[in-house]
Design a protein around this ligand. Structure first.
Ligand code: SF4
Length: 234
């Protein structure tokens, strides 16, 4: 994979992309190739100053009883990362491990998300990761409309406070609820969307990719699209 740093090779291998390329397209163009994009992947860590509004929102979520999901939760999962990040990553809802730890995207899906970020030259500390819902739906079922409506203002406030330059949405449920569309994921990915003027790119959820590793190649294309849309990208 010409043009990639040894570190990017390593992360793409973690995503399983190198193996996919070697098996299916040994002589063709490299679908996982990543041009050097130092401007696009550079996210300057901004100082996390005390922010009473942010603390108020965090406390509000921790005490929230707006929907029935509060009854079964161990922890709310507010989100994690740099509250002034250029990149915001939005998934669907906490799973069992996230509920237990109060952190988004931990476990195997979280490790794959880390690899996806690292392949773009980012790490978890440089982005902010959140979900549509802050509490775990029982048995990891899809969120219902009432739950999404009840929780919506939490995420909206987070986005407005963070003011990311780009939002990467993981999975159909998160994309449909953020963008207010009912399209299948296949029609949402591969193009640029917007949320209140902020560019949005949709890709597969890492948990889906663990079950369907062949789609990691498409995910890599989505990540390249996101990189190309990030301000300062060459
Ligand atoms: S899912 Fe959202 S709205 Fe429902 S109780 Fe949890 S924080 Fe509140």
């Amino acid at each position: 994979m010409p043009g990639l740093s040894p570190l990017q090779h390593m992360y793409l291998e973690h995503m399983g992309i190198t193996r996919w390329v070697q098996r299916t397209a040994p002589a063709g163009p490299d679908p996982g190739s990543l041009p050097d994009r130092p401007a696009a992947v550079t996210v300057v860590g901004r100082t996390i100053a005390d922010d009473p509004e942010w603390d108020r929102l965090q406390a509000e979520v921790a005490a929230c009883t707006r929907c029935e999901l509060h009854r079964g939760r161990t922890h709310t999962v507010f989100g994690a990362g740099d509250r002034k990040a250029g990149w915001m990553i939005i998934g669907e809802a906490p799973g069992a491990e996230e509920d237990r730890r109060g952190e988004p995207f931990v476990g195997r899906a979280g490790q794959l998300l880390n690899a996806m970020l690292e392949a773009m030259g980012l790490d978890r500390q440089q982005v902010f990761i959140a979900n549509i819902l802050k509490c775990r739906p029982p048995n990891n079922r899809d969120p219902v409309a009432g739950e999404v409506a009840a929780c919506e203002s939490h995420l909206q406030q987070q986005i407005k406070m963070i003011q990311p330059s780009l939002i990467l949405v993981l999975g159909r449920i998160a994309a449909q609820n953020l963008l207010k569309v009912d399209s299948p994921l296949g029609r949402m990915r591969g193009k640029s969307w917007a949320w209140n003027g902020i560019p949005v790119v949709v890709t597969y959820h890492p948990a889906y990719l663990l079950r369907n590793p062949a789609d990691k190649r498409k995910t890599w294309q989505d990540l390249q699209l996101a990189l190309s849309l990030y301000p300062g990208s060459p």
